[in-house]
Design a protein around this ligand. Structure first.
Ligand code: PLP
Length: 364
């Protein structure tokens, strides 16, 4: 028998979550963001669940090739644009739309002997200070692109730093709106958090760009959880109990003897560790489901195993189902955001970190 750990990708949930974005932005087209191998889920695996999107946005050229190899003929957007001149040939050959965020990318376009006209998304740095032209330089970049025979169409985009938090998007919205006032072209503004939280940004968007919410993680946890946004887990990470130990008060569990039992306990050993992508920093108290019932991690996460408290679950034992995140067989859900929060990180990082050695099943 293989080691019992398994990741399950839920196609119906992905589709449901995509529809949730449509509900939030019924007038807009949707870029399903599938960068980082679809946030760790696997581009090929999620494709059927997300194919009602209007386009796929990603940043590796090999991922763009994989989307085309799946038979997708609709729009594909490179979110960081091209990295070197020969990438432009691939953009022409595969009909990829690409972001232009710096002068060097315009230089590359100007020097390129392209056949088909390029569709570019001109990125504004409206305050995040990562990629894009500042508002002062945006219009001259637009004019330069507009004068190039290699460029067919220019759309306008920016990215919010605080759509999930208290600071919000007002300043960046004002900056973008002002600087693009009389420029033609489609607009793309919203990530998941802006799509769900900021109707003004949605109203100004011809294209939205949800990523994390498609996979069932709330972009603004713990302010809202996935249930509050009516989105469903796109991935379940499950395993089984492979051993149990009865320990006495004062006995310790795992490396470093970091946990010592405050009373007699029954411990379950789970076939899942940091080499599977479970966060090593998850502390005692991190929630886990055993046979669909909530309990908690105790002691240190090791490479191949974690230990959990079975004291209140007398029926659980070797072979019992363990849900690290996602949906248990009895329907109970443990949000990936809760686990991430306990470990001091985000659902994004946990899903992207799913390890190569974990077998993955796709469920309709
Ligand atoms: C990753 C990314 C998104 C998606 O963000 P989520 O927070 O996952 O919804 C949207 N736009 C750009 C430019 C991105 O890089």
């Amino acid at each position: 028998m293989p080691r019992p750990i398994l990741a399950t990708i839920h196609l119906a949930a992905l589709q449901h979550n995509l529809e949730r974005s449509r509900l939030a932005a019924p007038e807009a087209k949707i870029w399903a963001v599938v960068k980082a191998n679809a946030y760790g889920h696997g581009i090929e695996r999620v494709f059927e669940g997300l194919r009602s999107a209007d386009g796929f946005a990603l940043l590796d050229l090999d991922e763009a090739q994989r989307i085309r190899a799946l038979g997708w003929r609709g729009p594909v957007l490179l979110l960081e644009g091209v990295f070197e001149p020969r990438d432009l040939e691939l953009c022409s050959r595969l009909e990829l739309w690409h972001t232009v965020h710096c002068d060097e990318q315009i230089d590359m376009l100007a020097a390129c002997k392209t056949q088909l006209g390029h569709h570019v998304f001109l990125k504004m740095n409206s305050g995040m200070n990562r990629l894009g032209f500042t508002p002062e330089r945006y219009r001259s970049a637009w004019a330069r692109l507009n004068a190039l025979p290699q460029v067919d169409e220019i759309s306008l985009m920016t990215h919010f730093s605080d759509a999930d938090g208290d600071k919000g998007i007002a300043a960046q919205m004002a900056c973008f709106t002002q600087a693009t006032r009389d420029l033609p072209g489609a607009r793309s503004l919203c990530n998941s958090a802006a799509t769900l939280r900021h109707a003004d940004a949605v109203a100004a968007s011809d294209w939205i760009r949800p990523g994390i919410s498609l996979y069932g993680s709330a972009p603004d946890f713990p302010t809202h959880d996935a249930t509050a946004w009516t989105i469903q887990p796109g991935m379940t990470l499950s395993s089984k109990i492979i051993a149990t130990q009865a320990i006495s008060k004062g006995d310790s569990v795992g490396y470093g003897s970091k946990f010592s039992a405050p009373h007699p306990m029954r411990i379950g050993v789970v076939a899942c560790g940091y080499a599977d992508g479970y966060p090593r920093v998850a502390p005692t108290g991190t929630p886990v489901l055993v046979a669909g019932a909530r309990t908690q991690l105790v002691g240190r996460v090791s490479m191949d195993m974690i230990t959990v408290d079975l004291t209140a679950l007398p029926d659980a034992g070797v072979g019992s189902e363990v849900t690290l995140w996602g949906r248990a067989s009895n329907g109970a859900v443990l949000g990936i955001d809760e686990v991430a929060h306990a470990a001091g990180t985000l659902g994004y990082e946990l899903m992207c970190a799913l390890a190569q050695r974990v077998p993955v099943k796709v469920q309709a």
